[in-house]
Design a protein around this ligand. Structure first.
Ligand code: ATP
Ligand code: MG
Length: 324
């Protein structure tokens, strides 16, 4: 544990991420089942790291992404969207032999979601160390890892190389485990998450993920263990119950904004993107958390995981209308 506050604005360069790019296609009604025909909405731009980097770029960060899409309209939709929102897309390869990833979502009556994924058999599988864009890596001041991206040995290998390189160049790393429990039964997966955690400066778990990679039996014990291990900041995301920030010196617990949730997908990714971009521009922890909370809340008021991404000015406006 060190005593100085983590400075993300000290090194100039890209906020870089790498991982799956996909479209999301969703049921138009709650309770709709994929076991019979129904009306679908989409395609919407998606993929956890893509949502993260889109929000980070809109928040004013200098951003780039490494990924793979197929030579199809789903890929073009995503790349165009990221480019328009200010993300450097030269690290995204078009793999002619593959199809862009997709996810089909239904919403249960209680709001829970079920997914049919085409990711592990999509263009994203072609991500490997040889697709690591050296120019972008060299220019990265910060690298963000989404646990959901670590679904193949070659991607795990590429991700390890990326975090090692960025850290060796004096950059920082953030890590959102964004992982389903079943994934941890794959031994390489647990090992990969542990490896990434050793390089992590900012850890961004959901509430139930805090203890995932620790031996602790409660959240406080897990936070202490993570800080002891060298993680500098832990931001716990708690959905409509807000978030908490720990750095070994102070604790902050902030409420969520009161909004009507329309589609929860993407809130955590938008939260993370806004937080990292704000810290990279020198905003305080508290100010950055406020924008992250606003980005998470705004995201859930839109159908489609990337449709709620917003600039800091739009987030200010959004918060102002909520308090009217
Ligand atoms: P996911 O389950 O998609 O991985 P996550 O656990 O990473 O999501 P959440 O905690 O759901 O992330 O959301 C991140 C932040 O967005 C929350 O801390 C909160 O500030 C905001 N948020 C999420 N859901 C809501 C909501 N229903 N109302 C208001 N704010 C919300
Ligand atoms: Mg998440």
């Amino acid at each position: 544990m060190t005593n100085t506050e983590l400075n993300l604005a000290g090194k100039s360069g890209y906020i870089l991420t790498m991982g799956e790019i996909l479209v999301e296609i969703m049921a138009s009604e709650r309770g709709q089942s994929f076991r019979r025909p129904g009306t679908l909405l989409g395609p919407y731009a998606s993929g956890a790291p893509a949502i993260f980097i889109d929000q980070a770029a809109k928040s004013g960060g200098r951003c780039a992404m490494i990924g793979c899409v197929g030579d199809d309209d789903f890929g073009a939709l995503n790349v165009e969207r990221l480019r328009t929102d200010g993300v450097e897309v030269s690290g995204i390869s078009v793999v002619e032999a593959a199809t862009t990833g997709s996810a089909f979502v239904t919403y249960r009556d209680d709001g829970d979601r079920d997914f049919v994924y085409n990711i592990t058999n999509s263009a994203s599988v072609f991500l490997s160390a040889k697709r690591l864009n050296k120019d972008l890596l060299k220019q990265a001041a910060h690298f963000h890892v989404m646990g959901s991206s670590l679904f193949s040995p070659s991607i795990i290998d590429a991700m390890k190389k990326a975090v090692e390189t960025v850290k060796a160049n004096g950059g920082t790393v953030s890590f959102d485990p964004n992982v389903r429990k079943e994934m941890l039964r794959i031994p390489e997966m647990k090992g990969a998450l542990d490896f990434i955690l050793d390089y992590t400066d900012i850890f961004l778990p959901s509430g139930h993920e805090v203890m995932l990679l620790t031996s602790a039996t409660d959240e406080k014990g897990a936070i202490d263990e993570l800080l002891e291990r060298g993680v500098r900041e832990i931001v716990v995301k708690r959905g409509k119950d807000g978030c908490s920030h720990f750095n070994g010196k102070a604790e902050l617990h902030l409420a969520a904004l009161p909004v009507q949730e329309i589609d929860p997908t993407g809130a955590g990714d938008c939260f993370g993107g806004a937080y990292i971009a704000c810290r990279s521009q020198g905003l305080s922890i508290e100010q950055s958390l406020k924008y992250a909370i606003a980005a998470g809340a705004r995201a859930v008021t839109f159908r489609g995981p990337m449709e709620g991404t917003a600039t800091l000015a739009q987030l200010d406006e959004f918060v102002a209308t909520l308090s009217e």
